[in-house]
Design a protein around this ligand. Sequence first.
Ligand code: GSH
Length: 337
Amino acid sequence: MRESTKLAAVTVAALLGVGAAGAGTLEDVREAGELACGVSEGVPGFSNPNSDGVWEGLDADVCRAVAAAVLGDADAVRFVPLASKQKVLAVSSGQVDLTSRTTTWTMKRDSAEGVDFTAVVYYDGQGFMTSAAAGISSATELNEATVCLTTGTTTELNLADFARANNLTLEPVVFEGKREAVEAYASGRCDALTTDSSQLAAFRAGFADPSEHMILPEVISKEPLAPLVAHGDNQWKDIVTWVVYGLITAEEFGVTQANVADMAANSGNPAVQRMLGATGDTGGFIGLDSTWMVDVLSAVGNYGEIYDRNLTSTLGLERGVNAQWNEGGLLYAMPIR
Ligand SMILES: N[C@@H](CCC(=O)N[C@@H](CS)C(=O)NCC(=O)O)C(=O)O
């Protein structure tokens, strides 16, 4: 690259960096004493208020984990429900400190929409649900079907790709919010509902009689779901990224909510000692206390515990590709050292 071009590129990057996020989300969160965390409008298993109004789910627990690491208090979270089309803008504009909301990591969002993705918390893929009475057994039988979906999603784009690639005519029926899309499907307005497969499982489980609905076998896309932060605040991005890696690493090394205090005091495993601050100060690398992961794990448990609590026990979602790398899955946390 010529020097002048290189300089221009560096300047643009610097401007983008400062302009987009404003430096110091960590300081802002500490000053506010709470973490503003963008979540869904209600997806069981991921982020959903229970009957007492307490947010539950894997995505909600990631919010709590970050609050525990940064503020030492997993309850210091202000949950901000976001419709799908707001989930990227809410972060890039600074309305929330992060979005932890079934959001697919794509090139365009990551590079051209003022946000950065951190680390994948769930590997998903798009699927279809139809009424069992329709007798459809494959998505390739959906020619001429109407398909309910939510706007501002990868779902909308993948459906068009799938139709083109398979020479199908599919008529998208597009809604602003998930509730409208699901209700429209349930009331028979569409032949099928399409979204990430995990959400299909959640919505199906919520129907009066789940056996009236079938999830078709095809998975038509990759949907790596990851929390996202505003572009340009590298320290904040590092914090959210390493909290997620910490949750995954803790599972890998058998550190749980119940044994974390004991492990911090007695584990002979150098990797565990480092993560829990028994030796060295990994928290210091990202501006946090040396006990950052003790705080996280005491509050929410490790990735596997979060997964079991929210996705296995309630929705029956198997670990599948979301198993650890040494159990045949894709979860591979970078080394904490
Ligand atoms: N992973 C997809 C979107 C998944 C998604 O969020 N889809 C709809 C499902 S109907 C939705 O809005 N769900 C959650 C909600 O409304 O809060 C993306 O990143 O675009």
